[in-house]
Design a binder for this molecule. Structure first.
Ligand SMILES: [Zn+2]
Length: 266
């Protein structure tokens, strides 16, 4: 029997305090389950150093990719000065930062303040363009606006739309722009018909796996902290939905995530 190809969790908040008690143990468990790469997107300026610490920590168990950015969900905590701080950080930490994220638009917030969200999003797309970095995108009820901005910026290294839940047409537009779409625990819920249908029909070459841990618990684990060690459940579900082998899904989705996040050779 051929060994199982490596897995890549393309979206996991491993820097969150929920993992303070057992972060190393969790990474070791990941390694044992074949999860050999994890992308950790930051959310707020005050946490960037904590996120960066994870990538600089020496460990050969699991490769860690860090994204720095200002997450739209935490809009009220962002300040104009954080954008300059981000730029300085990108210059200083060029070796450690793999992407700009988690950035985007969240128009499902109770007080969405579209204008302010758009300001931070566009300024961070400018930085991605300037530093030739991919982006990790968060989007709720704003795919058309995000697509409009992406068409304008034409980022060379594109990025990943995390926890994709848009329409098939929107998915195709992202794919045309070179983006990969992230699928996670939502797939484990039978009621998530639309997302399941999409995950079954999109080209595998455009898909990546994610857990979004500690958020987005999988079916059967509601009310518990989600963890990256449950990534194989997403893999299994996707293989079932697409009637193909887990090996093929693992191989292709890991390649897809690496193609976006690994530093290109000059
Ligand atoms: Zn996230």
């Amino acid at each position: 029997m051929k060994p199982m190809p490596e897995l890549f969790d393309s979206h996991c908040h491993l820097d969150f305090p929920e993992f303070d008690q057992d972060r190393d143990e969790t990474l070791e468990q990941c390694r044992l389950k074949g999860i050999r790469s994890i992308c950790i997107p930051a959310t707020e300026a005050r946490f960037w150093s904590r996120t960066l610490k994870l990538v600089n920590q020496k460990s050969d168990s699991v490769r860690r990719y860090v994204a720095l950015g200002l997450h739209p969900y935490f809009l009220k905590n962002h300040e104009e000065s954080h954008l300059n701080e981000l730029k300085r950080c990108l210059i200083r930490e060029q070796e450690s930062v793999s992407a700009i994220g988690e950035i985007g638009l969240d128009y499902a917030l109770p007080e969405p303040n579209h204008e302010r969200q758009l300001h931070y999003f566009v300024r961070q797309l400018e930085l991605a363009d300037q530093f030739n970095l991919p982006v990790i995108l968060h989007c709720r009820k704003a795919h058309d606006e995000i697509l409009k901005q992406l068409r304008h910026f034409k980022l060379k290294r594109s990025g990943i739309v995390h926890a994709f839940s848009g329409s098939e047409q929107q998915a195709r537009h992202y794919i045309e722009l070179g983006f990969k779409l992230g699928f996670g625990g939502t797939l484990t819920y039978e009621r998530a018909r639309k997302t399941r249908q999409l995950a079954a029909s999109l080209p595998l070459s455009s898909m990546v796996l994610e857990t979004d841990a500690p958020d987005m618990p999988m079916s059967g684990y509601q009310g518990q902290r989600n963890t990256p060690t449950r990534l194989p459940l997403v893999l299994q579900q996707l293989a079932e939905l697409r009637s193909c082998s887990v090996e093929e899904i693992a191989l292709v989705t890991t390649e897809n995530a690496s193609s976006i996040l690994a530093k290109p050779l000059d």
